[in-house]
Design a protein around this ligand. Structure first.
Ligand SMILES: NC(=O)c1ccc[n+]([C@@H]2O[C@H](COP(=O)([O-])OP(=O)(O)OC[C@H]3O[C@@H](n4cnc5c(N)ncnc54)[C@H](OP(=O)(O)O)[C@@H]3O)[C@@H](O)[C@H]2O)c1
Length: 192
C-alpha cells in the first residue's frame, strides 16, 4: 500500500520503518516537503504530528477522499491532562479540519519505542484499538496494524476515540508518572 506519513518524529519514523519492513511503499514527510504531491499519491495518510496540526495541513494539501489515520493523544503542553475529551476527541477534530477525508483512530496507545523493539511484550503482540465510522477504512487500518505485528481490535465508530484518547493518556501516566517505564502498553486480552 502507498502510505504517506506526515511527521518524522518518534512515532512517524518508527511506524514508517515498521510499515516498510512489512513491505509497504511508505515514506515520511516533514515540513520541508511538498505535501500536496505526497498526499495526492498516497492511499493512506498517517498524521504522526502533534494534535492540532490538521488545520495547517489542510491548507497545504487536498485530503478529500483520503483515508487519514489520527494517532494523536491531545495532551496539554505540560502533560498534566488532555486538551479535550469526553464529548469530543482529537480524531473528530481532525475529521472536521479535513473535509472529505475518512479519519481512522489507531495506534495512540503504542509508545514509540515499541516500533523498533518488535511490538510485543514477552512474546505477546501489543493490541491497538481502531475506531472509524467507515467499516472498510477501519478494516484497512486493522490490516496495516496486523501487517506490522500488532493485534488489531475493532473499537467501533470514530466517536469512541473520546475514550481511546484518555486511555492513551493513562498509558502515559503508567509509563512516565507512575514508574512503570515506557516498556508498557495496554495488555488486556480483548478478542480481536
Ligand atoms: N511518542 C509516543 O510514544 C506516542 C505514542 C502514541 C501516540 N503519540 C502521538 O504521536 C504524535 C507524534 O508524537 P511524537 O512523539 O512522534 O512527536 P515528535 O517526535 O515531536 O514528532 C512530531 C513530528 O511532527 C512534525 N510536524 C509537526 N507539525 C507538522 C506539520 N505541520 N507538517 C509536517 N510535520 C509536522 C514535527 O516536525 P518539527 O520537528 O519540524 O516540528 C515532528 O517531526 C502525537 O500526536 C502524539 O500524541 C505519541
Amino acid at each position: 500500500m502507498k502510505i504517506a506519513v506526515i511527521g518524522n518524529g518518534n512515532i512517524g519514523a518508527g511506524l514508517n520503518d515498521a510499515l516498510a519492513r512489512a513491505g509497504h511503499d511508505t515514506a515520511t514527510y516533514g515540513r520541508e516537503y511538498d505535501l500536496a504531491a505526497a498526499i495526492a499519491g498516497a492511499e493512506v495518510v498517517i498524521l504522526a504530528t502533534p494534535f492540532g496540526a490538521a488545520p495547517e495541513l489542510a491548507g497545504q494539501a487536498d485530503f478529500a477522499g483520503k483515508l487519514v489515520v489520527d494517532l494523536s493523544n491531545p495532551v496539554t503542553a505540560d502533560f498534566s491532562g488532555l486538551q479535550l475529551g469526553h464529548d469530543r476527541s482529537a480524531a473528530e477534530a481532525t475529521a472536521a479540519a479535513l473535509p472529505g477525508a475518512t479519519v481512522v483512530k489507531a495506534f495512540n496507545t503504542i509508545f514509540a519505542g515499541h516500533y523498533a523493539s518488535g511490538l510485543s511484550i514477552n512474546g505477546t503482540p501489543l493490541q491497538t484499538f481502531v475506531a472509524a465510522d467507515d467499516a472498510a477504512a477501519r478494516e484497512k487500518v486493522m490490516g496495516l496494524a496486523r501487517d506490522i505485528g500488532l493485534t488489531a481490535v475493532d473499537a467501533g465508530p470514530l466517536k469512541n476515540a473520546r475514550y481511546l484518547e484518555p486511555l492513551g493518556f493513562m498509558n502515559i501516566q503508567f509509563g512516565y508518572v507512575l514508574g512503570q517505564g515506557a516498556d508498557i502498553a495496554p495488555q488486556w486480552q480483548i478478542a480481536a
